[in-house]
Ligand binder design. Structure first.
Ligand SMILES: Nc1ncnc2c1ncn2[C@@H]1O[C@H](COP(=O)(O)OP(=O)(O)OP(=O)(O)O)[C@@H](O)[C@H]1O
Length: 954
C-alpha cells in the first residue's frame, strides 16, 4: 500500500506539473530523455548498432523518431527477442544490418515494417504506438514505452521468469513482498488496455473491473515501476484539471484492488495449503471476471473449504474419540490384569510374611530350647551436632551388620557380624520394643527375663532402655513400654489371673549397690543370689505399681538418684549400671496356680577408653570401676561360651546381679549398641565381637515358675509348721536370720518414706508375742499330725522335686492378704523395718549363722518337715514370715487371726490326706536332705513380695 501511495503521489506530482509547474515539466522532460536513452541503448545493443548516427546513444525526441522511422531497427530488435517474429523486413538485404541510409526506401516500404512490428507487438500484448508517432510532433513517448516493454519481455524471456515484465521506466526498489501478481491483465495486456483503463477511469470505474486478478503461475509481477507506467499511460492525454479526479478514482481503485488482492493472497495461500485442485482453480479463473462473483466464488470455496475442514475435523475428533475409547478399554484391561497381578503378589507377600513370621517364631523357639542368649544390635544415628561424617557401618540386613574395619581387623576392610536382629539408625523405639515384646510378656507366664543394654559410652543404651532426656510418647524406652504392656495384659486377664506387679530399682556404682528408689541412696545393699529358680535380686525397696504413671514417677525418681556425669563423649554419661527389676506374681483364679516371673532391665554403664573420654578425678575412678566390671562380665561370658565348670560370677557386683540371667534361670536378651562414627570403629568391632561371643552362650531352656494350688497349700502348711516349731524352740539363729532378711520399705507412688530408726523394732520382740497367738490348740494338733506323717515318711525336698521352681510362702502372702488386707501393710512398715546395717554383713556372716551343729540341730528338729525341698532359704524366710505374721498380728489384728487359723486347719487336713494318699508325693518327700552349702548360701534369699507379702526368692 505504501508503494501504491508513493506511485500515486508521484503521479499526482507528475500530473500536477501540467498546471504550470516548470520544475515538473523539466523533470518530465528529463525523465523522458532517460527513458529514451534506455530504449535506444537497448535497441543498439540488441540489433548490433555500434555507431549508427541515426540512433545515437542519447537521442533527442526527433532523433529517436527518425532513427526508428523506417521500422528496420524495431523489426530487427523484435526478431532478436522472438526469432522469426517478422519474417520479412523491408530494406534489409542479406543480413540484419541496418542500411547506411534508409532514405533509399520509400515511405510505403517503411510503413510495411512498422505495421508488421506493431501487429506482432500487439500479439504479444505489449503496449503499441501509432505510425504517426514516428513523425515529427508524434508521441515518441509511446514508442519509448513500447521498446522498453519489449526489453522487459526479452529480459523475462531470458531469465525464464515471465512474471517479471517491466514496462520500462526508472527502477525503484521493490517493497519486499508488496507486489501484485497479474495474469494477462486486460488493462495492460490488451491492445485496448489503455483505452479501457482510460474509459474506466473516466467513468469513475463504473464499468467492468479491468484490473483482474489471477493466481496462475503465468502471472506477472506488478511493481511500483509498472504501476507508475500504468498511471502515466492513463494520465498521458488528460487535461490537467481532470488529473486529480482520475488520481482519486485510481487511488480508490488501487486501494480496493489492493485489499482484494491481499485477501485473495491469503486465500490463495490457504488454498495452496489445502491442495485446491487445478479444476477448481480453472473454474475460478474462468468465472472470475467479476470481482463480486469472484468474491462470492471465493466465499463459496472458502465455505467449502471450511466445510471440508470441519468435516475433516469431525472425522479427526471421531477417530480420536474411538482411539480414546480403545485406549480406555486397553487401559481398563491392563488395570484389571495389573490388579490381578497385584493381588497375586500381595497374596504371595502376605504368605511370605506369614512364612517369615513362622520362621521367626520357630527360630525363637529353637533359641528358647537351646537357651541361647538373644542378641539384638542397634546402631545409633549420628547426633544432630555431628558434621558427619563417614559411617563405619558398611551394610545392614535383617540379621547381619557389616562394619568397615581398620586394616588390622580384616583383610578386605569389612567385617560382618550376625545377630538375632539388627536395628538401623532409623529404627524407632516402637519397632525395637515390638520385637522384644513376646519375650517381655513371658514374665506374666512365670518366666524370668533379663534384658541388658551393652555398648561403648554414648552409643545409646540409656536411649533404648529409658529414652532420651526429654520424653515423648514415641520416645519412651523399653522400661516404660514393657511395664505399660504388662499393665495392659494384666487388665486383659483380669477375670482369670490376678497379677501383682512391683518394681525395684538399683544401681551399681563404684562396686556398691545402691537403692535408687530411696532419696538418700546411701544405704548399701546386697545382691541376693538365690542360685535356684529366681533371679538374683537386690534387697532394695520393692514398690507395687499399678499403672504406667506409677512407673514414670518412680523411674524419674530413680534416674534422679542415678550417677550421671559429663564426659567428652557423652554429656549425660551414666556412670553406673542400673537395674530395674520387675516382679510379677499371678494367681490363676480358677486353679489357684501361682505364676511368678521376675525381669531385670539393665542399663549398663558404657565401656570407655579413658584417653578418649578425657576423664580425670572422680570420673576416672568411675570409668575404672565400670571397665573392671565389664571386663568381669567378659570373663563370665568367655567362661560360659567355653562351657567351663567354674564361672567367675563373684568377681563383680554386676556379674553377681546377672548371675542367674546368664546362668540359665532366665530368657536373656542383650542389646548391643554401637556408635556409627568411623573413628569409633575400633570400639565397635570389639563390642560386636563380644556380642558374638555372648550370642554363642547356650544356657539351656528357661523354665516356668509355676506351682499348683495343692502343692502350694502343702508348702504353706509345712512352712508355717516349720516356723512355729522353730519359734517354739527359740533358736538364736532365728533371730539372726531375721536380722538378715532384706530391708523392706514401703513406698507409695514414689513417695519414699523409709522408716526411721525410731520406728523400727527388732522382729524377734514381736515374734515372741506371736508364738502364743498364732496357733490354737487345734492347729497345734493338726500341725503335729502333719509332722508325724512327714516324719514317718522321712521325706525331704519333696516340693522341689515336684518341679516347683519358685516358692512363695502362702502364709506370708495370701494369708496376709486375706486376713489383713492391704491397709495392714501400711501400718506394719515400721514393724518390718530392719537395721540397714545388716545388709552390709559379709557373706561369711551368713555362712556362719548355720554352724554344722545348728544345722544338724535344724535337721534334727525339722528334717521330717521335708522343708529342704524348698531349699534352706525357705527355712530362713519361713522364720521371717512367722515373725512378720506375728508382728502383724501383734499390731492389733488378732481377731482376724481366727480366720487364718481356720484356713490352716482345713489345709492341714487336706494336705495330710494328700500326703498319705499320694504315693508319688510320698516318694518325692523321701529325697535326701540337701547339703549344708545350699542351706547356708540361700539363707539370705528372703524378700518381700509386691503386696508387702514376704516370699522367698529361689
Ligand atoms: N536411637 C537414637 N535416636 C536418637 N538419638 C539417640 C539414639 N540413641 C542415642 N541417642 C542419643 O545419643 C546420645 C547418647 O545416648 P545415651 O546417653 O543413651 O548413650 P549411652 O550408651 O547410655 O551412654 P553412656 O554409656 O555414656 O551412659 C543421647 O543424646 C541420646 O539421646
Amino acid at each position: 500500500m505504501a508503494m501504491a501511495a508513493a506511485v500515486l503521489e508521484e503521479a499526482l506530482r507528475w500530473g500536477g506539473g501540467s498546471v504550470g509547474d516548470d520544475n515538473v515539466a523539466a523533470r518530465r522532460a528529463e525523465e523522458a530523455a532517460i527513458r529514451r536513452h534506455e530504449a535506444a541503448s537497448w535497441l543498439r545493443k540488441t540489433v548490433g548498432i555500434v555507431c549508427a548516427k541515426d540512433l545515437p546513444e542519447e537521442p533527442s525526441e526527433e532523433e529517436f523518431q527518425l532513427g526508428l522511422r523506417n521500422g528496420i531497427v524495431l523489426c530487427n530488435a523484435l526478431n532478436k527477442v522472438q526469432p522469426g517474429a517478422i519474417p520479412k523486413i523491408v530494406g534489409v538485404q542479406s543480413d540484419t544490418a541496418v542500411p547506411a541510409d534508409g532514405s533509399a526506401l520509400c515511405a510505403y516500404q517503411y510503413f510495411e515494417n512498422l505495421r508488421n512490428f506493431v501487429v506482432v507487438i500487439q500479439d504479444f500484448g505489449l503496449p503499441t504506438f501509432e505510425v504517426s508517432d514516428l513523425e515529427k510532433g508524434g508521441k515518441s513517448v509511446r514508442i519509448v514505452d513500447c521498446v522498453l516493454a519489449l526489453k522487459s519481455f526479452s529480459e523475462s524471456k531470458k531469465t525464464g521468469r515471465q512474471a517479471a515484465c517491466k514496462y520500462g521506466g526508472i527502477l525503484k526498489p521493490l517493497v519486499s513482498g508488496n507486489y501484485f501478481i497479474l495474469k494477462n491483465c486486460d488493462a495492460f495486456m490488451n491492445k485496448n488496455a489503455r483505452i479501457h483503463t482510460e474509459e474506466a477511469t473516466l467513468n469513475g470505474f463504473r464499468g467492468e473491473q479491468n484490473l483482474s486478478l489471477d493466481c496462475s503461475p503465468e502471472s506477472y509481477e506488478i511493481t511500483s515501476d509498472n504501476l507508475s507506467t500504468i498511471i502515466r499511460t492513463i494520465l498521458l492525454d488528460k487535461k490537467p484539471e481532470e488529473i486529480p479526479l482520475i488520481v482519486e478514482s485510481l487511488l480508490n481503485k488501487v486501494i480496493q484492488e489492493y485489499e482484494l488482492r491481499f485477501a485473495n493472497q491469503n486465500l490463495m495461500d490457504e488454498e495452496k495449503q489445502n491442495n485446491l485442485t487445478t479444476k477448481e482453480e480453472a473454474s475460478f479463473a474462468v468465472n472470475g471476471s467479476n470481482a463480486a462473483q469472484k468474491f462470492h466464488l471465493k466465499a463459496e470455496i472458502n465455505f467449502d473449504l471450511q466445510h471440508k475442514q470441519i468435516k475433516g475435523l469431525r472425522g479427526t475428533v471421531s477417530s480420536i474419540k474411538s482411539g480414546m475409547e480403545q485406549l480406555k478399554l486397553h487401559y481398563s484391561e491392563e488395570f484389571t490384569k495389573l490388579g490381578k497381578h497385584l493381588y497375586t503378589i500381595s497374596n504371595a507377600a502376605s504368605g511370605y510374611h506369614k512364612v517369615l513370621e513362622e520362621n521367626r517364631k520357630l527360630y525363637n523357639q529353637i533359641q528358647d530350647l537351646k537357651g541361647n542368649i538373644r542378641v539384638y544390635c542397634r546402631v545409633r544415628p549420628f547426633l544432630p551436632g555431628q558434621i558427619s561424617s563417614l559411617s563405619s557401618v558398611a551394610g545392614m540386613e535383617e540379621r547381619t551388620i557389616t562394619i568397615m574395619t581398620p586394616t588390622k581387623y580384616g583383610k578386605d576392610g569389612n567385617k560382618s557380624f550376625t545377630f538375632n536382629k539388627v536395628f538401623g539408625p532409623a529404627a524407632t523405639q516402637d519397632e525395637v520394643f515390638s520385637d522384644m515384646q513376646p519375650l517381655i510378656r513371658s514374665v506374666l507366664d512365670g518366666f524370668n527375663v533379663c534384658i541388658f543394654a551393652y555398648g561403648q559410652t554414648g552409643s545409646g543404651k540409656t536411649y533404648t532402655m529409658s529414652g532420651p532426656k526429654v520424653l515423648t510418647e514415641e520416645s519412651l524406652g523399653v522400661n516404660y513400654k514393657a511395664l505399660n504392656d504388662l499393665f495392659n495384659l494384666q487388665a486383659q486377664r483380669k477375670g482369670t489371673i490376678d497379677y501383682d506387679i512391683s518394681v525395684q530399682m538399683i544401681e551399681i556404682y563404684n562396686e556398691q549397690v545402691r537403692d535408687l528408689l530411696q532419696d538418700s541412696g546411701n544405704r548399701r545393699l546386697e545382691i541376693k543370689n538365690t542360685s535356684q529358680k529366681g533371679l538374683a535380686v537386690p534387697d532394695a525397696s520393692i514398690v507395687p505399681v499399678t499403672s504406667t504413671s506409677d512407673v514414670v514417677e518412680l523411674m524419674n525418681q530413680g534416674q534422679k538418684n542415678r550417677a550421671v556425669g559429663s564426659t567428652a563423649i557423652n554429656d549425660r554419661s551414666s556412670r553406673s549400671h542400673s537395674c530395674l527389676t520387675v516382679h510379677v506374681q499371678g494367681r490363676d483364679l480358677t486353679s489357684g496356680t501361682v505364676l511368678r516371673g521376675c525381669m531385670h532391665l539393665v542399663d549398663l554403664a558404657g565401656s570407655e577408653r579413658v584417653d578418649k573420654s578425657e576423664v580425670v578425678g572422680d570420673r576416672l575412678k568411675e570409668a575404672q570401676y565400670i571397665n573392671k566390671s565389664l571386663s568381669a562380665l567378659g570373663d563370665v561370658i568367655a567362661s560360659l561360651s567355653q562351657k567351663n565348670t567354674h564361672v567367675p560370677y563373684r568377681n563383680s557386683k554386676l556379674t553377681q546381679l546377672l548371675q542367674d540371667s546368664l546362668g540359665g534361670q532366665a530368657k536373656t536378651l542383650m542389646f548391643v549398641h554401637i556408635s556409627p562414627e568411623l573413628d569409633a570403629a575400633g570400639e565397635t568391632i570389639s563390642t560386636l565381637k563380644f556380642a558374638e561371643r555372648v550370642a554363642s552362650v547356650e544356657l539351656g531352656a528357661a523354665k516356668q515358675n509355676k506351682e499348683g494350688s495343692e502343692i502350694r497349700e502343702l508348702k504353706e502348711q509345712i512352712a508355717s509348721l516349720k516356723a512355729a516349731l522353730a519359734k517354739k524352740e527359740g533358736e538364736p539363729e532365728n533371730i539372726l536370720s531375721t536380722r538378715s532378711s532384706p530391708s523392706i520399705y514401703r513406698i507409695r507412688k514414689g513417695n519414699a518414706t523409709p522408716a526411721t530408726p525410731k520406728d523400727r523394732q527388732p522382729m524377734e520382740e514381736v515374734g515372741s508375742l506371736e508364738v502364743q497367738n498364732v496357733f490354737t490348740p487345734a492347729q497345734k494338733r493338726s500341725k503335729m499330725h502333719l509332722l508325724g506323717i512327714l516324719t514317718e515318711n522321712n521325706s525331704s525336698n519333696s516340693v522341689q522335686n515336684c518341679n516347683v521352681p519358685q516358692k512363695e510362702i502362702g502364709l506370708g502372702g495370701w494369708v496376709d492378704k486375706m486376713a489383713l488386707g492391704d491397709n495392714h501393710f501400711e501400718n506394719s512398715n515400721s514393724i518390718l523395718e530392719l537395721e540397714p546395717d545388716t545388709a552390709q554383713l559379709p557373706t561369711s556372716f551368713y555362712h556362719q549363722r548355720y554352724s554344722p551343729v545348728q544345722q544338724s540341730c535344724r535337721t534334727e528338729s525339722v528334717p521330717s518337715l521335708g522343708l529342704h525341698g524348698f531349699d534352706s532359704a525357705t527355712s530362713c524366710s519361713n522364720q521371717e514370715i512367722v515373725v512378720s505374721t506375728m508382728g502383724l498380728k501383734a499390731s492389733g489384728v488378732a481377731n482376724r487371726g481366727a480366720s487364718t487359723v481356720k484356713k490352716y486347719e482345713a489345709t492341714s487336713t487336706r494336705s495330710t490326706n494328700l500326703a498319705s494318699k499320694s504315693p508319688l508325693l510320698q516318694k518325692k518327700l523321701q529325697t535326701p536332705t540337701r547339703n549344708r552349702n545350699q542351706l547356708t548360701s540361700s539363707t539370705i534369699g528372703g524378700r518381700r513380695t509386691p503386696n508387702g507379702k514376704i516370699g522367698i526368692a529361689k
